[in-house]
Design a protein around this ligand. Structure first.
Ligand SMILES: NC(=O)c1ccc[n+]([C@@H]2O[C@H](COP(=O)([O-])OP(=O)(O)OC[C@H]3O[C@@H](n4cnc5c(N)ncnc54)[C@H](OP(=O)(O)O)[C@@H]3O)[C@@H](O)[C@H]2O)c1
Length: 332
């Protein structure tokens, strides 16, 4: 496993991080507690020390599971959690209603707001600390940005929490360059990035982070499993799975993407790695990307993803992969 600093935080994090959204169950058709705990433990056993979660992932469930899994090895992990997607109050910007029944032991209806008011951040951090069963969070990230709270207020709240030792560093997520300029120095930015989603490369966000020592944690690098090549035309999604009606996962789209993956498979074969590992390694080597957050629902997936942290592709291989990606991006 390779490790890189999270900006100027002093935290040395594995370049492959474990993403714990699916583990929360919500929008992913549920997830078994035992499988989730095993995925987290297997990640740590295979060199992963960066574990990304959020209150919104299963409305507390993902953080609770992370807390259960790391209880005996808290000092081995960098916990990255988030704030700013709230359901305890109706302030800020309304985002969505959800009534996902996957969370059988919790209320099934939530009204979620984007809100980063100082008192709300303090409340959220207290709740997260309880669920994670710890007294500090290594990296606190603002999950989504909103326009009702001045960024100066958000920064002041985060700095106060840092002085109190409740968080060790802070970062942002889903930001533009303009947001980053307003925030000033932050340890990290968590941004969507994959072979198929290159917006942050085009709009200058990755370059800005690269030039300003801000770690970039790429999220959904495998396009929610699509880029592992496992989703053939007959692949079925569960009723509560967010991929069920997403056009990216239509049979036509899957067929096109799998064609591209077949063309880069020889490079994976040459390294004796899977397509998913090739995709993770390619992502980790893009300019500006420092860490790749990979979701995993069980130990098998977690181990496979973690091992991609050892893979280094040469320039020729990267070029060949880029050429293949262009063929599907141009026709999307
Ligand atoms: N900041 C934000 O707004 C934001 C947004 C999205 C995600 N994130 C973070 O980024 C993390 C990663 O993104 P993501 O979970 O959306 O997508 P992803 O990492 O692209 O895909 C994860 C999914 O792919 C499948 N998978 C993973 N490893 C596999 C393997 N080795 N073989 C076969 N299938 C595999 C699993 O789902 P199945 O088994 O069900 O196929 C898994 O849940 C999240 O968990 C979260 O921490 C942040």
């Amino acid at each position: 496993m390779q490790y890189k600093m999270l900006g100027d935080s002093g935290l040395d994090a594995s370049i492959v991080g474990l993403g714990c959204w699916a583990i929360g169950g919500w929008l992913w058709g549920g997830c078994e507690h035992k499988d989730a705990v095993e995925a987290i433990k297997a990640s740590i056993d295979n060199g992963v020390n960066l574990i990304d979660t959020a209150p919104a992932y299963g409305f507390g469930r993902s953080e609770e599971i992370v807390g259960d899994a790391i209880a005996s090895q808290r000092d081995k992990v960098i916990i990255a959690s988030k704030c700013g997607l709230v359901w305890h109050r109706q302030s800020g910007e309304f985002y969505f209603h959800t009534d996902d029944q996957a969370l059988t032991d919790k209320p099934s209806k939530y009204a979620v707001y984007k809100y980063l008011g100082a008192d709300s951040i303090v409340y959220e951090v207290e709740q997260s600390l309880k669920r994670l069963k710890t007294d500090y969070i290594d990296l606190m990230q603002t999950h989504w940005q909103e326009t009702t709270t001045p960024i100066a207020e958000v920064v002041e709240a985060l700095q106060k929490l840092k002085q109190q030792g409740k968080i060790r560093s802070y970062g942002v997520s889903n930001v533009t360059v303009d947001h980053l300029v307003q925030y000033g120095p932050v340890a990290s930015a968590q941004q969507r990035f994959s072979m198929l989603y290159r917006e942050n490369q085009k709009n200058g966000t990755l370059d800005y982070c690269h030039d300003n020592n801000i770690a970039v944690l790429a999220f959904s690098p495998m396009e929610k499993g699509l880029l592992t090549g496992k989703m053939g035309p007959d692949y079925k999604f569960g009723e509560k799975d967010l991929r069920l009606n997403d056009p990216l996962f239509s049979v036509a789209s899957r067929t096109k993407i799998n064609g591209m993956l077949a063309n880069i498979k020889p490079i994976a074969n040459a390294h004796k790695i899977s397509l998913g590992q090739l995709v993770i390694a390619w992502t980790a080597q893009q300019k500006g990307i420092t860490h790749v957050l990979c979701g995993a629902r069980n130990a098998k997936q977690a181990i496979e993803n973690a091992r991609a942290g050892d893979v280094l592709l040469n320039d020729e291989e990267i070029k060949m992969i880029d050429a293949q990606i262009q063929t599907v991006i141009k026709t999307s």
